[in-house]
Design a protein around this ligand. Structure first.
Ligand SMILES: [Fe+2]
Length: 340
């Protein structure tokens, strides 16, 4: 009896939702990415297709929310700022595969799930900011960061931040855990100061002369160079240049922002239209430019300021390995007492 009544109520609620916008012209998005970054894209999508995109933004807990909502979840598409959230969503059973030639053609195989449950849209490199005044060389490997020649010269944020865990995970994937631990011990021994602050704070330390090399994501260089609210950040950025480190047997470590189709997507056709739009050349370009990132399709040009840093070869490692080895990376950070 109670159950029957409940289903009447939920049917009424559903009818109200449908009245406000028919299922034919809506797609619901949960986004870990800031509204300012995705709004221009979604407006363009609406202009081209007539489909309205409703967005719920949160910095945390969206995957958990999808799990809790289960079959009643209103969400169609999840947008994330890193690969970890994509893998988490797939592992927790709230994603479903999309087989789309249009998406496959635009996203390299190592930047999308093998089972097509998630896809990269933009990427950023985990690179070195090198002091213009004090560093002469123009190339470096990740392995070299553990060389004693850099003793007391390197700054990084804490080792257990996801950005650093991703890099350490990539090192584990390339060389195995034992070699990655030796490398991390060497890197720790080269730190100028105890790890603290975010990536921009490391650039500030290079500017202040506390260290010669900092490890940071590519896009912060763009965000600092164009920062009108805190113009002192322009000076931090101008004191250094980006070196694109490579693994001895590989390229530059990259992470992705990405998308997936929700397991119970109520507007599946519209969701796939949105996903194909987001993977298109036009959308990748706008999306990447908004945060000084790189389109995942190498044929789509990055913003001018990003191109001015030079070109690089993204590591061919499957980006899922950054999530796969994250727990092992975290264990190594503890074992070498990286933050102490
Ligand atoms: Fe960031």
């Amino acid at each position: 009896m109670l159950n029957a009544r409940r289903s009447v109520i939920s049917f009424a609620a559903l009818a109200m939702l449908c009245a406000s916008a028919s299922a034919a012209d809506v797609v619901n998005v949960y986004s870990y990415r800031q509204p300012a970054l995705i709004d221009p894209l979604l407006a363009k999508f609406k202009a081209e297709t007539g489909i309205e995109v409703r967005v719920v933004f949160a910095e945390n807990g969206l995957v958990e929310r999808m799990v809790q909502e289960g079959a009643n979840s209103p969400v169609d598409v999840l947008l994330t700022a890193d690969v970890g959230r994509l893998v988490e969503a797939a592992d927790r059973g709230v994603a479903q595969p999309v087989s789309s030639e249009a998406i496959h053609a635009k996203v390299p195989a190592n930047l999308r799930d093998e089972k097509d449950q998630w896809f990269g849209l933009t990427m950023r490199g985990r690179v070195v900011y090198a002091s213009n005044d004090r560093v002469k060389q123009d190339a470096i490997t990740y392995e070299e960061l553990a060389d004693p020649k850099w003793k007391g010269k390197i700054c990084t944020r804490p080792g257990n931040h996801p950005y650093n865990l991703g890099l350490i995970a990539a090192m584990i994937a390339h060389k195995g855990e034992a070699a990655a631990k030796t490398w991390l011990e060497g890197l720790k021994a080269n730190l100028a100061v105890k790890p603290a602050g975010n990536d921009r704070a490391q650039a500030k330390s290079v500017f202040a002369g506390e260290c010669d090399l900092a490890i940071a994501n590519t896009y912060y260089m763009g965000l600092m160079l164009t920062n009108e609210k805190e113009p002192e950040q322009k000076d931090w950025a101008k004191s250094a240049r980006i070196l694109f480190p490579t693994f001895q047997e590989g390229g530059t470590s990259v992470n992705i922002s990405g998308m997936l189709l929700a397991k119970n997507a109520p507007n599946k056709d519209n969701a796939i239209k949105l996903m194909e739009f987001l993977a298109s050349d036009e959308a990748q370009k706008i999306y990447a430019e908004g945060n000084f990132e790189y389109p995942v399709d190498p044929k789509v040009p990055a913003a001018e300021i990003v191109r001015s840093w030079g070109s690089f070869t993204p590591d061919s490692l499957h980006v899922a390995d950054l999530a796969k080895y994250q727990a092992q990376a975290s264990k190594l950070v503890d074992e070498v007492q990286y933050n102490d």
